[in-house]
Design a protein around this ligand. Structure first.
Ligand SMILES: Nc1ncnc2c1ncn2[C@@H]1O[C@H](COP(=O)(O)OP(=O)(O)OP(=O)(O)O)[C@@H](O)[C@H]1O
Length: 309
């Protein structure tokens, strides 16, 4: 059984249905990214998993706990970093960490977190005087202080400078090595590719694509090779090659799609016939492109999106 199970979850705010039948399984130790455009329902979904919002229908189970009912048990298991960290204006990072740490049996050391999250110099500064990035880093540290088995991180590194992002990513690498399960909402494809075992793209309240970053971006499967052959080349020479899934010819330019080995396969076949591939381009779709494709498809099929209500 998965550590987190989400089954057919629906959630509306007034007349607006924000989650429209979400199914998601997350296994122990996995790092799963939720991507999607603004307003897609990402925060609603992860906060429902964290027990902060109640679905209208469907079910959620977190290590066999119903997040809407067993709040105290859930709090010991789950560390949540919220998109907007709200703390009293006059609390300092050291005080906030000590306070949150006091809720857990074996908290991480305040000093260790201040150092790892680059807040040692601001340890005594009032929350209201911290920069946006410092408040953000504090919110991540607070989510992790209780050594949670599951960390839910909402826009973990939004607004952070590149060095701070890398620092947080490397800290999370350490946590995943210890077996922490991480669910993160992100707008950064780079972050998803770096951190996540799996991503789910949410759009219009539905998961419109799901898989490993490589599967979603197609790098594990589809490669697109385009070229102009230096001499006449038969279509069949290419279509008969192993791992090739499509060949088309337009204005003298071939476009060949195939598996990860397709570029080598095509170039070897050409070289065996003493043909050069001129104006050669090999395109590996990025996660960015896959994301735009998946959300564009969902936009093109609004009828599909409203069918199952
Ligand atoms: N408490 C609420 N009451 C009413 N509407 C809400 C509430 N929370 C969210 N919404 C609306 O639900 C939709 C989904 O919001 P949500 O915050 O889940 O999206 P998101 O994918 O996290 O967006 P973003 O990327 O902008 O953070 C939005 O249209 C938002 O305005």
């Amino acid at each position: 059984m998965a550590l987190i199970e989400v089954r057919n979850v629906h959630k509306s705010y007034g007349a607006r249905e924000v989650l429209r039948g979400i199914d998601l399984d997350i296994t122990d130790g996995e790092v799963v990214g939720i991507l999607g455009p603004n307003g897609a329902g990402k925060t609603t979904l992860v906060e429902a998993i964290g027990g902060l919002r109640t679905p209208d229908s469907g079910s959620i189970s977190v290590a066999d706990i119903d997040p809407t009912r067993e709040d105290a048990r859930l709090r010991q298991l789950v560390g949540m970093q919220l998109q907007q960290c709200r703390l009293p204006a006059k609390i300092t990072p050291a005080e906030a960490l000590d306070l949150f740490g006091s809720f857990y049996p074996e908290p991480r050391a305040t000093e260790e977190l201040l150092e790892r999250f680059g807040l040692s110099d601001q340890r005594g500064q009032h929350f209201e005087k911290l920069s946006g990035g410092q408040q953000q880093r504090l919110s991540v540290a607070l989510a992790l202080i209780g050594r949670p088995r599951i960390a839910i991180l909402d826009e973990l590194t939004t607004g952070l400078d590149p060095a701070a992002r890398r620092e947080i990513w490397s800290y999370l690498d350490g946590l995943t090595a210890e077996g922490t399960t991480i669910l993160l909402v992100t707008h950064s494809m780079e972050e998803a590719e770096y951190l996540c075992d799996r991503v789910a793209i949410l759009d219009g309240g539905r998961i419109v694509a799901e898989g490993t970053p490589a599967e979603i971006s197609g790098t594990g499967a589809a490669q697109v090779i385009t070229f102009v052959p230096s001499a006449t080349l038969d279509h069949e020479v290419l279509s008969g090659l192993p791992g090739i899934t499509g060949v088309s010819l337009d204005n003298g330019r071939f476009t060949v799609t195939g598996d990860a080995a397709a570029p080598q396969t095509v170039l070897a076949a050409l070289s065996g016939r003493a043909i050069r591939a001129e104006q050669l381009r090999i395109v590996t779709p990025s996660l960015d492109e896959a994301y735009l494709r998946a959300t564009a498809l969902a936009l093109e099929n609004p009828a599909d999106a409203s069918k199952e209500n």
